[in-house]
Write a protein of this length. Structure first.
Length: 316
């Protein structure tokens, strides 16, 4: 089956007006790469006269660093990037994720999986499949039953297994990225049946982000290109759950001297926002990476004035 985004929209329930968001994980302070994503999404919302929301994606509790969420908020405020509605936290939305999982269970689209990462790697190796560095292993379908069914609430709440979605054959997702153009991904050979709830009881990013975006009526998602490979999975989940599909724009990544994506895991340097001058310097570097040119370079300009000029330059 081939799913094209234009066929997934439900105009009758489409939210009114532009609604964008920035959704950092509180695993450390903002670095240059995350500021690029924040600035790009903020400018896109401003240019389109829309709302810009802030969501803290603290779903993965073991990786959350105490105080990081507050530091991220302070950095955004220092850069003049204020959000329009109340801050939201993924950790407080468990009921919504569980309801989505139960809905998929009712549709007989999920199944339990007891495979460890090593078991998956061994199965792939036996088939002569090598997973490139920094890429996810394609699930070989080891635990997928021949006949899908609806599971009991007790089975669904068990922590003895992870829960995967059962993809249809030839599940190709086609969508138009506002920055990169037409994109196509066949989920079967590139991803396989992916996990929605881990065996430790934590819901995965793929399910949570889809539920949150729908709940908040997000119409446009502007984020880093590292998340491009997640888009097909999210569009498929939106489809089977009867949700609207936002428009996507993926931004160029900021790389380190080794050509690797900046990340908190690789100890990327936090942006400096102690003074307005520091914050403006960081914003200018982010704007340059986004391809914005001819912005005011006066030392006397305020952050608000600079952001106004950057908004006018966005999308030109």
């Amino acid at each position: 089956m081939i799913l094209a985004v234009s066929k997934l929209k439900n105009p009758s329930s489409q939210p009114v007006g532009y609604r964008g968001r920035f959704a950092p994980s509180p695993t450390g302070p903002l670095h240059a790469g995350s500021l690029v994503a924040a600035l790009g999404s903020w400018l896109d919302a401003q240019k389109n006269g829309g709302k810009w929301l802030l969501r803290i994606e603290d779903l993965d509790v073991p990786r959350t660093i105490p105080g990081a969420a507050q530091q991220i908020q302070s950095q955004l405020v220092a850069c003049g990037l204020s959000w329009d509605e109340e801050l939201t936290w993924q950790s407080k939305r468990q009921e919504g994720y569980q309801a989505a999982l139960e809905r998929l269970n009712t549709l007989q689209l999920i199944y339990p999986c007891t495979c460890s990462r090593q078991m998956i790697a061994n199965t792939l190796a036996e088939r002569g499949i090598q997973t490139p560095r920094n890429q996810e292993m394609v699930y070989p379908g080891t635990c997928r039953p021949e006949q899908l069914k609806t599971y009991s609430k007790e089975e669904l709440n068990s922590t003895k297994a992870a829960w995967r979605i059962a993809l249809p054959k030839n599940c190709e997702i086609v969508f138009e990225d506002l920055a990169l153009g037409k994109q196509s991904e066949n989920l079967n050979p590139e991803v396989g049946d992916f996990v929605l709830k881990r065996n430790d009881g934590l819901f995965t990013y793929q399910l949570a982000v889809v539920v949150d975006d729908a709940l908040q009526g997000i119409t446009h998602i502007v984020r880093g290109e590292d998340l491009l490979s997640n888009t097909g999975r999210q569009i498929y989940l939106q489809h089977v759950l009867g949700m609207n599909t936002p428009q996507y724009r993926h931004l160029p990544l900021v790389l380190d001297e080794h050509g690797e994506k900046l990340s908190k895991q690789t100890l990327a340097t936090p942006i400096q926002t102690e003074t307005s001058k520091d914050a403006l310097t960081e914003l200018r570097k982010a704007a340059k990476h986004l391809g914005l040119r001819d912005l005011p370079n006066s030392e006397n300009i305020t952050i608000a004035q600079w952001l106004h000029a950057a908004t006018l330059a966005w999308g030109k």
